[in-house]
Design a protein around this ligand. Structure first.
Ligand code: UDP
Ligand code: MG
Length: 340
């Protein structure tokens, strides 16, 4: 692996890009209504990339146990300018697992993650590809340009989440970064080497390092349907993300313990001082109850936090596969037709 930071390195990157290609991984869960339209846009994009960068493209649709016609529609999509793989999981495993399945099946070197609901505009892909091929970046990630249209509480929660997960971290996860990202072949190889089962792609893609660049974009509205990520599910994902990625909550627990113990010690000293100087009996009942309740509550929360980590250790230890593939089909695009 070369660093690719000097001119010759970049030429090498461009050359290998031309020799290989780009796998677009699209997780789809009940996206039947918009899939045809999305595929059409991806095919148009693939034609452009083939002409301008001599880049071969493949699209990997990962059907995450959809209950509607998503799978049959995906199977019927034509290999027009792209190779099409359809990987159908045995049930709904969640988006992170679907992305992992896509990553495992991607064959063409570089990988691009894109949502199946039309919110990640294929038109932006060319810009991301340019950063990879022309500028030699390894991780080209996109971030929401702004969150003006989101409720205030949600913005506060998101900010708190990133503050917590990045607390004390050497490699910070960029705030607002989404799953819409392009990974160069060596970044893909690095991601594939990570052995953990609890995956949080935004975090991992940042953690691997290499040359990274941010591209701001405005997410399009969903072409159909509604989001599957409710507030409760987002909270679950946040706990998942933080516990599988950082030990900040544990450190926070220790710190809080030190602060509380210190406070209690000072409080004890002040009582001693009062008794000593005034000779009065200090009425103890309310302060006792408050002290007990504070310590009791804090301890329960901290046991809960430790429990989250123990749960994580258990699931890593069980070492179960992240997903099962029920069906896999593929269609190859005949390259000779393209060269006519
Ligand atoms: N998705 C998935 N499995 C799930 C939930 C969602 O593969 O269990 C896919 C979904 O089809 C879409 C992407 O993940 O392509 C993002 O989902 P969604 O649009 O609901 O999330 P949001 O854009 O609101 O974050
Ligand atoms: Mg969406």
């Amino acid at each position: 692996m070369t660093l690719g930071s000097d001119v010759s390195g970049m030429t090498a990157t461009a050359a290998s890009a031309a020799a290989k290609g780009l796998s677009i991984v699209v997780p789809v869960y009940n996206e039947a209504a918009g899939l045809d339209g999305l595929h059409q846009r991806i095919c148009d994009l693939a034609k452009t990339l083939r002409q301008r960068y001599r880049l071969a493209c493949e699209v990997v649709y990962v059907d995450d146990g959809s209950a509607d016609a998503t799978l049959s529609i995906a199977r019927s999509l034509p290999a027009d300018a792209v190779d099409v793989q359809v990987v159908s999981l045995s049930r709904n495993f969640g988006k992170e697992a679907a992305l992992m399945a896509g990553l495992d099946h991607a064959r063409l070197g570089a990988v691009m993650f894109m949502d199946g609901d039309g919110q990640h505009p294929p038109d932006l892909v060319e810009q991301l590809v340019r950063h990879w091929i022309d500028d030699g970046y390894d991780v080209v990630y996109t971030a929401k340009a702004h969150r003006d249209n989101e409720p205030f509480l949600r913005r506060v929660a998101v900010h708190g989440f990133y503050a917590l997960i990045n607390w004390g971290a050497r490699q910070k996860i960029p705030e607002d970064a989404g799953d819409f990202r392009l990974l160069s072949p060596r970044a893909v190889a690095a991601l594939r080497q990570l052995p953990e089962r609890n995956r949080f792609f935004k975090g991992l893609a940042s953690w691997i390092g290499f040359r990274q660049i941010r591209v701001d974009y405005e997410p399009a509205p969903r072409t159909h349907g509604v989001t599957t990520f409710s507030a409760a599910r987002l909270l679950g994902l946040s706990i998942e993300g933080v516990t599988s990625f950082s030990v900040a909550p544990l450190r926070f627990a220790s710190l809080l313990g030190v602060i509380l113990a210190g406070g209690a010690f000072l409080f004890g000293l002040s009582i001693l001082w009062e008794v000593w100087t005034t000779g009065k009996q200090v009425p103890g009942y309310p302060s006792l109850v408050i002290g007990l309740m504070t310590i009791g509550g804090v301890q329960l929360i901290m046991i809960g936090i430790v429990g989250e980590y123990i749960g994580k250790i258990l699931s890593e230890l069980k070492a179960r596969p992240i997903y099962f593939v029920a069906e896999h089909s593929e269609k190859r695009f005949e390259t000779d037709k393209a060269d006519d």
